[in-house]
Design a protein around this ligand. Structure first.
Ligand code: HEC
Ligand code: HEC
Length: 381
């Protein structure tokens, strides 16, 4: 605080605006969204752990912030900055005429932005949880959400993530704009918590922070929510592929490559593959009739139709012109997912990999037919 009789009489008084929790929340959210955005938009799927945990941390931060919005001090309270559409519009008009007043907390447009950001990020974490459960059979919703539903939520997850990028751009734009107009550094104020105060500023009515109440409410909400999610996470999803490979298939179909899990392909693809073993991708892999029949029956009985995993839904062989089966690695999904790896020709020549079809080199759970992104590990050589 400035003393009026100090040597710098022109320096306006600084007053505390953003409390410690609001600042910690703000920069914590920036960090988690930066990690979630980078791992989601830029890095490959093997970063899924960072992606999911940064998203979960963002959700926990938001829930705590919402509680603080009802229990914190003056400028942390939603009541100090959440305005109706009419107030927002009239602020916007005043802004255009240059007759608006400086708000020491969030101005009405900034308040609307805070709400939009909170809602969008919560939406992203919710749709992400459905995607994680339905498509990747992981997390609290694994046993509750079918693949098809998870897939739709996956689309929504992406749309909301793009919307968030737009909102963040507008938010940063708004901060720069306001900082220039009022000749202050708003980003810095979010670090120090203090702002210069002048006589015409709009200030909010003083509210006392109910810190104990907030801590108890946050602990109860996060604790009970976390417990429910942890319990749900332990439930075992239905329609998972059978774990064990039939011994006959394991023996006869693993000489030249790993024994592919039956849930990777639909029954009619297995039928075609087993019926054409004498011309099997350029090799003669034919077997006696009895063995062929047993292998075919087992593969068809445990084919993709019996499982609800991602691989069971995405691979379908396109027969080639000569009527022989195409390969998994030629399917559009495989090509798209491995596009970046394929660009670097040396990857598939590494000793630990050797072939595109050697799925198990990079997918630790390939033999079980799961191909979870949590289980990807590319051999360095
Ligand atoms: C050189 C290592 C490597 C090999 C070999 C490989 N993959 Fe992958 N696979 C990856 C990587 C890395 C990703 C993640 C790509 C991304 O960012 O989406 C991936 C992603 C996938 C996914 C999507 C996982 C998900 O849910 O996000 C499936 C399914 C898959 N691979 C199947 C296969 C199959 C089937 C084979 C064998 C025919 C195979 N892969 C061989 C490295 C490999
Ligand atoms: C004599 C060696 C040999 C045997 C035995 C063999 N395969 Fe293959 N298989 C191949 C080759 C070679 C490919 C082509 C791999 C490639 O594209 O890199 C292939 C590819 C496949 C593919 C497509 C995978 C991909 O990469 O897209 C499937 C599915 C498959 N085999 C199933 C079977 C089954 C089922 C059996 C047992 C009945 C079997 N294979 C036995 C040599 C063999």
């Amino acid at each position: 605080m400035q003393n009026p009789s100090s040597t710098q009489p022109d320096t306006p008084a600084l007053i505390p605006v953003w409390d410690r929790f609001v600042r910690l929340f703000h920069w914590g959210l920036v960090a988690t969204i930066l990690i979630a955005g980078t791992t989601g938009f830029i890095l490959d799927a093997s970063w899924i752990n960072f992606h999911v945990w940064s998203g979960a941390t963002a959700a926990a931060l938001l829930i705590t912030r919402i509680i603080w919005g009802f229990s914190g001090g003056t400028y942390a309270r939603f009541s100090s900055f959440v305005m109706g559409p009419r107030a927002i519009l009239s602020y916007f008009n005043a802004l255009r005429n240059g007759t608006d007043k400086r708000h020491i907390g969030h101005n009405p447009l900034g308040g609307a932005m805070v709400l939009a950001l909170i809602a969008t990020i919560l939406g992203i974490t919710a749709t992400g949880t459905f995607l994680l459960g339905g498509v990747l059979k992981t997390g609290p919703l694994a046993a509750l959400v079918p693949y098809a539903v998870g897939d739709i939520f996956g689309e929504l997850h992406e749309v909301l993530a793009i919307l968030l990028l737009v909102l963040i751009t507008a938010h940063v734009g708004g901060v720069v704009f306001e900082s220039r107009r009022h000749k202050e550094n708003l980003a810095q104020a979010m670090i120090t918590g203090e702002k210069r105060r002048s006589a015409e500023d709009v200030i909010a009515p003083k509210r006392n922070a109910q810190t104990v109440l907030a801590v108890v409410a946050a602990a109860l909400t996060l604790g009970s929510g976390g417990l429910v999610l942890a319990m749900l996470t332990r439930t075992i999803p239905a329609n998972m592929p059978v774990a064990q490979i039939n011994p006959l298939v394991a023996e006869e179909c693993s000489d030249c490559h790993m024994a592919y899990h039956p849930s990777l392909l639909p029954a009619k693809d297995w039928e075609l593959i087993v019926n054409t073993l004498e011309d099997h991708f350029g090799e003669d892999a034919s077997l006696d009739e009895e063995t062929t029949t047993e292998i075919r029956d087992w593969l068809m009985a445990n084919a993709a139709e019996t499982a609800d995993t991602r691989p069971a839904h995405v691979f379908k062989l396109a027969p080639k012109a000569n009527g022989l089966p195409g390969s998994i690695t030629d399917t559009p999904f495989w090509q798209e997912r491995h596009e970046e790896l394929l660009e670097d020709k040396t990857i598939f020549e590494r000793k630990g990999i050797r072939s595109k079809s050697n799925c198990v080199a990079c997918h630790k759970d390939a033999e079980a037919g799961l191909f979870s992104p949590f289980q990807i590990n590319i051999p360095k050589e």
